[in-house]
Design a protein around this ligand. Structure first.
Ligand code: NAD
Length: 374
């Protein structure tokens, strides 16, 4: 059981707390002394979650407790919420999700839709003050105008498809006090599948001494938000009454594109980059799975070699990009609704320094070749 701090502070349950966003949220709540107790629930134990030293320290804080659960299973979910006699949780944040690429449709359905509904039902049963659902920003693929929360949703990834179905269930659960957040691409320390694969690909081209060539054009929208701002947004909406039953996009002000990211990656690794352009990329689209396999194969071998040469023996980082993220589909969000509640960003746009920070953390952990960052 987590040790109790100041009684006036809330107890918080973070589902999927060992993941990228979850661990940063635990850190945010503990470092800012916002919670008297935090329970992390995850099916992955902290010991195998590749936590950095700071996150390990936070997880070892006496106010933090870990409980193992597979939230797809209702009995395990019930156990995750069980109070141990010190009262119900005040706030429940759902960061748990099947995020591994390349799974089948039923695996995503169970690991996202079923998991979220299980957790939301349990949150309602325990009468929590707020259930914050960390959903997906991939709800529309055009760049004609930034997607607003009340515009038609056309989810274009497996995760977004089942997150959207789960979002639609939340208002139907009697007594559930919820808020939904739809983040853009989240990046920051501990990122493995947001921007990390693009950073690894940059490293691969540095290792190969070749120009990095990307599908489509620099104008492809890939809006972003720093993980610290997402954590701040979670707490901001949880603390306010006017955010009840609302949906908010969480996105920075930089209107990040593939061009923004590739330029920063090229600067970091001192490489050149170019684009195949729309015509060639459209031809690739006729055999996208073949192209994706070829591209991923081209990157995987040199990445393994670069790691071996630098003494990186085992790493969760990979240059693998899932096929569904390689079409010319935009991630372009309007963050105005959250801003109108008074939320202000700490990291208004993505920078080279913020990206380097992710890699430097991995270098210290010996998960990324130091030689490629020099
Ligand atoms: N990272 C991003 O760029 C991004 C962007 C938008 C939305 N999101 C959403 O934010 C949420 C968290 O993302 P993340 O990047 O931290 O992902 P992550 O994969 O790093 O973390 C997810 C965590 O959930 C846990 N989990 C998965 N299935 C579980 C189960 N059945 N029972 C218990 N635990 C389970 C995993 O072990 C993992 O620790 C997800 O819903 C994701 O879709 C992420």
């Amino acid at each position: 059981m987590a040790a109790m701090g100041d009684d006036s502070k809330p107890r918080v349950l973070i589902l999927g707390g060992c993941g990228f966003i979850g661990r940063n949220l635990v850190d945010y709540l503990i470092s800012n002394d916002l919670a008297r107790a935090v329970r992390i629930v995850d099916k992955t134990p902290p010991q195998t979650a590749w936590l950095n030293t700071k996150h390990q320290e936070v997880f070892n804080n006496p106010r933090v407790e870990f409980r193992s659960a597979n939230l797809i299973n209702p009995a395990s979910c019930e156990n995750a919420f069980a109070s141990d006699g010190d009262g119900d949780f005040d706030y429940v944040i759902n960061c748990a999700c099947e995020t591994r690429p390349g799974q089948t449709d039923p695996v995503y359905r169970e690991g996202i839709y079923k998991l979220t509904v299980n957790c939301a039902l349990e949150a309602a049963k325990h009468n929590v003050k707020r259930f914050v659902e960390v959903s997906s920003g991939h709800m529309c693929s055009t760049d004609k105008s930034p997607h607003r929360e009340d515009s038609k949703a056309e989810p274009w990834t497996y995760v977004a498809k089942y997150k959207h179905q789960a979002e639609e269930e939340l208002p139907k659960i009697p007594g559930l006090r919820f808020t939904v957040l739809r983040p853009a691409i989240v990046y920051g320390i501990g990122d493995k599948h947001g921007l990390a694969p693009r950073l690894v690909i940059g490293a691969v081209y540095k290792h190969l001494g070749e120009m990095m060539k990307l599908l489509w054009t620099k104008d492809l929208k890939m809006n972003t938000v720093h993980v610290t701002d997402l954590c701040r947004a979670v707490w901001h909406v949880a603390m306010r009454d006017d955010t009840l039953s609302q949906v908010y996009n969480v996105v920075d002000e930089g209107d990040t594109t593939q061009g923004t990211i590739s330029s920063l990656v090229s600067e970091i690794f001192n490489i050149n980059h170019d684009y195949w352009g729309t015509a060639v990329s459209t031809v690739c689209k006729t055999d996208m799975s073949g192209v994706v396999e070829e591209v991923n194969d081209k990157h995987m071998g040199p990445w393994a070699e670069a790691c071996r040469l630098s003494g990186v023996e085992n790493t969760p980082l990979t240059p693998y990009i899932d096929q569904e993220l390689l079409y010319n589909k935009h991630l372009c969000l309007d963050g105005g609704q959250l801003a109108r509640t008074g939320f202000q960003l700490c990291v208004p746009r993505i920078t080279k320094d913020k990206l380097r920070e992710i890699l430097e953390d991995y270098v210290v952990m010996n998960l990324f070749p130091r030689s490629l960052l020099m």
